[in-house]
Design a protein. Structure first.
Ligand SMILES: Nc1ncnc2c1ncn2[C@@H]1O[C@H](COP(=O)(O)OP(=O)(O)OP(=O)(O)O)[C@@H](O)[C@H]1O
Length: 224
C-alpha cells in the first residue's frame, strides 16, 4: 500500500499539484490520465521521492525506494553501455541476481549491442525489462506504451495482469485510453493540478466520453 496525503507541488510560483489524496493498494492497477502538462509525471516523481513536495507519502514498506520500480517516460542510458550491462547495472543496484537473462529477454532485444544503437521502442522495452527484473513490489509506468509496437503492447498488457495476480501495486499513465481500459481497476484524472475521484471499471466509458466531449468542444478550425 502507498498512501499520498495532502500532496501539493509547485515549481517556483507555478502550482502543479494541489492537495492530492490517493491510496494505492496491492494487487490493483491504477491508471492516471490527464492532458499534456496536467501533472502526471510530477506526481510520479514525487512518489519516487525525486521531488520535494508538501504533504506526506506513506507506505507499509520500510524502504519504499528499494521496492519501487519507476519506468520514466524518457528512460536514461549511460553512453557505451550494452542492453545486458544496463540490465545488470539496475538489478545489481537492488542486489537481485538474474539467472538466465536470455530466457527472460521477453522482448527479444539484442542485449549484446550498445543501447545507443537501439531504436526508440527497443530502448523503452529495455527499460521495461530492467524494471521488471528488479523484482519490485511497486511499479510506476509513465507512458509505457509510447513507441512500442503492437506485439510488445500485447505482451506488456499481459505482464500488467500478471503483476496484479502476483499482488503487486501498479500505477500507470497513458494517453492511449484503450490500454488503460484493458488493464486498470481504477482510473483517476488529473486536471488543473487536482485529482478526480476514482473511476471504477463500470464508469470507464463515461470517463472516456467526458474526455472526448471536451476535445470536441475545441475549435480545431482555427488552425486551418
Ligand atoms: N522541472 C520543472 N520546472 C518547472 N516546471 C516544470 C518542471 N517539470 C514540470 N513542470 C511543469 O509542471 C507541469 C506538469 O508537468 P508534468 O510533466 O508533470 O505533466 P504530464 O501530465 O506528465 O504531461 P505529459 O502528458 O506531457 O507528459 C507542466 O506545466 C510543466 O511545465
Amino acid at each position: 500500500m502507498i498512501e499520498i496525503i495532502n500532496l501539493s507541488k509547485s515549481y517556483g510560483s507555478k502550482q502543479v499539484l494541489s492537495n492530492i489524496n490517493i491510496r494505492f493498494d496491492s494487487g490493483k492497477i491504477y491508471g492516471i490520465v490527464g492532458e499534456n502538462g496536467a501533472g502526471k509525471t510530477t506526481l510520479f516523481r514525487c512518489l519516487a521521492e525525486l521531488e520535494v513536495y508538501d504533504g506526506r507519502i506513506q507506505s507499509d514498506e520500510q524502504n519504499l525506494k528499494g521496492k519501487l520500480g519507476f519506468l520514466t517516460s524518457e528512460p536514461y542510458y549511460l553512453p557505451k553501455i550494452t542492453g545486458e550491462e544496463h540490465i545488470y547495472l539496475l538489478t545489481d543496484a537492488r542486489k537481485v541476481k538474474v539467472d538466465n537473462l536470455t530466457e527472460r529477454n521477453i522482448f527479444q532485444l539484442p542485449l549484446k549491442e550498445y543501447v545507443s544503437n537501439y531504436s526508440t521502442g527497443m530502448k523503452k522495452k529495455l527499460a521495461i525489462t530492467a524494471v521488471l527484473l528488479q523484482k519490485n513490489e511497486y511499479f510506476i509506468f509513465d507512458e509505457p506504451f509510447n513507441g512500442i509496437d503492437l506485439e510488445s503492447s500485447i505482451i506488456f498488457s499481459a505482464i500488467l495482469k500478471k503483476l496484479k495476480d502476483l499482488g503487486k501495486t501498479v500505477i500507470i499513465s497513458s494517453h492511449i485510453f484503450s490500454t488503460l481500459k484493458d488493464s486498470c481497476d481504477y482510473i483517476y484524472k488529473i486536471e488543473e493540478g487536482t485529482l478526480s475521484p476514482p473511476f471504477a471499471k463500470e464508469s470507464f466509458d463515461e470517463l472516456e466520453d467526458e474526455m472526448r466531449q471536451k476535445i470536441l468542444m475545441k475549435d480545431i478550425g482555427k488552425i486551418l
